[in-house]
Design a protein around this ligand. Sequence first.
Ligand code: PMV
Length: 327
Amino acid sequence: MVGADSTARANVNVALVKYWGKRDTVLNLPATGSISLTLDGLGTEAAVAFGGGGEADRLAIDGVETTGGEATRVTRFLDLVRAAAHRRERATVAMRSTVPRGIGLASSAAAFAALALAASRAAGLALDPPGLSALARRGSGSASRSIFGGFVEWHRGERADGVDSFAEPLAPLEHWDVRTVVAVTSTAPKTVSSRDGMVRTAASPFYPAWVAGAEADLAATRAAIRARDLEALGLVAEHSALKMHAAGLAARPPLVYWRPATVGCIHRVWALRAEGVSAFFTIDAGPQVKVLCTPADAPRVAAALEAVPGVERIVTCRPGRGAELIT
Ligand code: PMV
């Protein structure tokens, strides 16, 4: 018999203070805490049903039956859910991205947050929010933050078993209406995954400085969010992103996620600031540039970034909601 089907939806998030480096690679425990903003309209839906008598889990992504690396990652994640729920049945999983296709932002954060909620419910587990966040973390570290809407902090935690490493809401999305303007500079698949990039960066001579600076960035970011101070938030977000990429640049072999248009966008954002527009960038493990600004300035920021040579597309996001059950 096929068990109860559960479907959940979750959005991607953009890190304002980055997670980049692990203290435990198996449990996905971070070397530092991180803070993010969940984004509206860029997400994933996951439908999960256990049972049906199959010998293996079945995964379909956007309607296409999928095997290989992605399916293995989902099965490993479902194994954690099965172990917690004392169940053995294989599952049927259908994932559908609500992220516009081909923008290089189909982040695993939304996927594993949606999967954590749908799979835990389908297996009969009723996890509290920290437990759900810790489960999502096992699929992809940043997924721990996509469980919640608005501004979110993921705690590094101290324990070796990781039970104190989960995310919590810092401020709900109603607290502060900022816009995130995403400049898509390349839709080519990335050459180095976050997982591999973090391992490589851990041997960078700049990695100890990266880790040592995190607590100060977290404190400044919490205060900026509380005070709704865009300049304070933006400056620390830029600093965190540049330090993360600087540590990667100094790794061997070096890690360079930027394309020429990425650098073009950085300079355009600084030029906008010189023109009096409060706009601040951040960049994750890829070439896209995400720019924080006020709702009033968003059209001007979008137009300026669209004119940067090499920018393929612009998407503007409001703060988004956390993971939700649909059925
Ligand atoms: O969650 P992962 O393993 O995809 O790593 C995410 C890493 C960054 O996006 C670069 C930073 C972050 O905090 O989300």
